[in-house]
Ligand binder design. Structure first.
Ligand SMILES: CC(C)(COP(=O)(O)OP(=O)(O)OC[C@H]1O[C@@H](n2cnc3c(N)ncnc32)[C@H](O)[C@@H]1OP(=O)(O)O)[C@@H](O)C(=O)NCCC(=O)NCCS
Length: 137
């Protein structure tokens, strides 16, 4: 059974084995992953009740007035296409509340996923420093 949580109480890095950050060249380790979850304004976790492992998560950064941004959304490969990503987005939007804008920068191949949630494609700009991709300081 999958349990969805918006609080991080008692969550430890060893529940973040994933695999997460699939395909990243220089991925954050589990401790850094926990740190970024703790630093987010909104988080929803999907936890496999049997193993206690987090199998999906979504984060948002919000100004609480107009705009929230979704930096991270991931479901571990073995758990994909079971509706978990949809549930994560819907619960996050509920947790964020009524705002003017909720934005995410996405790869083209996941556009159908976001479209099915009623989100529309837009143009984005971005800057990346791959030396810092692991989040280690
Ligand atoms: C994108 C992602 C979060 C979707 O999670 P998921 O739990 O598999 O999604 P759902 O099961 O809720 O999918 C619902 C519908 O969205 C669409 N969809 C889901 N994943 C998709 C993908 N990778 N590409 C295209 N469409 C997709 C399908 O229509 C799907 O319905 P179906 O399974 O009946 O065909 C997951 O594939 C993932 O973690 N990918 C790697 C990381 C990533 O790309 N994150 C998003 C970056 S912002």
């Amino acid at each position: 059974m999958i349990e969805f949580r918006t609080d991080l109480a008692g969550l430890s890095a060893d529940q973040l084995e994933g695999p997460f950050f699939v395909g990243w060249l220089n991925p954050p380790d589990a401790a850094t992953h926990l740190e970024l979850l703790e630093g987010s304004d909104h988080v929803v976790l999907a936890v496999d009740h049997e193993s206690g492992q987090v199998v999906g998560y979504i984060t948002a950064i919000s100004d609480g007035v107009l705009t929230a941004f979704i930096p991270q959304l991931e479901v571990v490969p073995d758990y994909q296409r079971r509706g978990i990503g949809t549930e994560l987005v819907q619960r996050l939007l509920e947790d964020i509340g009524e705002l003017y804008a909720v934005d995410a920068v996405i790869d083209a191949d996941v556009e159908p996923f976001y479209r099915h949630l009623g989100m529309s494609p837009a143009r984005a700009v971005m800057r990346r420093d791959y030396e810092r991709q692991s989040g280690r300081r």
